[in-house]
Design a protein around this ligand. Structure first.
Ligand SMILES: NC(=O)c1ccc[n+]([C@@H]2O[C@H](COP(=O)([O-])OP(=O)(O)OC[C@H]3O[C@@H](n4cnc5c(N)ncnc54)[C@H](OP(=O)(O)O)[C@@H]3O)[C@@H](O)[C@H]2O)c1
Length: 387
């Protein structure tokens, strides 16, 4: 059996699947991630099998393929890459059919399947994916709504959930536009990337935040204003701190959402924020290297981070949080309403083919750190509606 034998026709149970995987971590991604032929295992009774149409890539996929903890693993097991997907259900276990009757065979779906840190080979950059929708790590799955394409759908879940978590859980913004939200001034660091571009939209189009200050390079100013940003700090023309001091409202910013990380402004957030409830939330942490794991994991590596959180909790300074996304299915609901209203922009930097070169180019683009929106791999052409 060779890769050139694949694919058989779509929507059939395969004997094997193709996936991009790694065994030992290394960097850049092209040195670790390779194409593998893996045995296709039918779904267990709680699982469904999805034939993957498209997989969205995220910086965490690079970070995992370089994650030093995997060096301790003695065996050379293939570990999968990718958390975001869209595709069609082609098989379901007996219990899964009972528990999730809306995911019958033939249903187009999209969602998030969190494998980061587990070393599982069942990740989304694969022709087929087995998952259990009852488990929290795979519970964010929805039937594909019209008019969403497979490519667009695969680009949304992880970054949407991350920014929604940050703004609603930690920004303490109301989930609908209220006068409180309208009085808020929100800063988004890294507003043109995957997470940032949805944060701008969630803030302006969904939550009705009064003022959004977006930090990005000048080349992305028009793009970010088009998503709804009111003010721009171009970090190539002035330092972020200078820009944020220049635009700081009387009383301070309500919330700073950091999608870039590092320490450029973290020692100054106290002077920028409103002390009467303001907060700083980072999804990266103090680390500077994009190839290393970020989010709440960094609270272990940088003890000053939990100390900041503690001081905020005591009320001795504004709140500080270094977080991960919450995989909450209800957070997807606003996507559907925005799609219906036609207000959701789905920014995509590029769609790459499911070939060695395509996957390498996709990771190189993502790793460059300058993507406008998302990087997606088109795994297989599938019909969006299976009749
Ligand atoms: N904790 C979690 O649960 C979680 C979830 C998702 C992501 N993350 C992390 O969050 C970070 C962002 O993820 P992402 O998907 O948004 O990444 P991304 O799409 O690759 O971000 C690329 C964007 O970053 C911008 N950028 C780069 N340097 C910048 C700077 N100094 N200031 C402002 N903008 C800058 C670029 O804009 P310009 O070209 O304009 O510079 C580009 O638009 C990553 O480190 C990722 O690992 C964490």
């Amino acid at each position: 059996m060779s890769s050139s034998d694949y694919p058989s026709s779509p929507f059939q149970i395969p004997t094997y699947r193709l996936a991009y995987t790694f065994t030992k971590p290394s960097y850049p991604p092209s040195t670790s991630i390779h194409r593998s032929e893996l045995e296709y295992l039918p779904p267990s009774e709680d699982e469904i099998t999805i034939e993957v149409a498209a997989a969205g890539l995220n910086p965490v996929d690079i970070q995992m393929s370089n994650f030093w903890l995997f060096n301790w693993q003695k065996t050379n097991v293939e570990k999968g890459v990718g958390q975001d997907y869209s595709g069609v259900v082609i098989a379901a276990g007996t219990q899964a059919i009972i528990d999730h009757p809306h995911f019958t065979v033939g249903t187009p779906v999209f969602g998030l399947h969190i494998t980061a840190g587990t070393g599982s080979s069942d990740a989304t950059l694969s022709t087929h994916l087995n998952l259990n929708p009852s488990l929290p790590a795979s519970s964010c799955i929805l039937p594909l709504p019209q008019p969403l394409s497979f490519t667009d759908a695969a680009s949304i879940p992880l970054v949407w959930l991350t920014s929604y978590t940050a703004l609603v859980e930690y920004g303490l913004l109301d989930t609908t536009a209220t006068s409180k939200n309208a009085a808020s001034t929100l800063v988004i660091l890294g507003a043109s990337g995957g997470t940032g571009s949805y944060a701008v939209q969630i803030a302006k189009k969904l939550l009705g935040v009064g003022t959004v200050v977006a930090v990005c390079s000048g080349k992305n100013e028009k793009f970010v204003r088009g998503l709804g940003a009111d003010e721009i700090v171009d970090y190539t023309k002035e330092t972020v701190l200078e820009g944020l001091r220049r635009l700081r409202p009387e009383g301070g910013y309500t919330f700073i959402y950091d999608c870039v990380g590092g320490t450029e402004i973290v020692y100054e957030y106290q002077s920028l924020l409103d002390w009467g409830g303001g907060g700083f939330c980072t999804i990266v942490g103090d680390k500077h290297d994009r190839s290393e794991v970020g989010g709440s994991f960094t609270n272990l590596l940088y003890p000053i981070q939990p100390l900041r959180t503690f001081l905020g909790w005591l009320g001795l300074r504004p709140r500080y949080h270094c977080i991960n996304l919450s995989p909450s299915l209800s957070y997807f609901a606003p996507i559907l309403s925005m799609l219906q209203k036609g207000t959701l922009e789905i920014p995509i930097e590029g769609v790459f083919p499911f070939t060695d070169k395509g996957v390498e180019d996709a990771f190189r683009t993502l790793d460059g750190g300058r993507s406008r929106g998302k990087v997606v791999v088109s795994v297989r052409e599938l019909k969006e509606r299976v009749d």
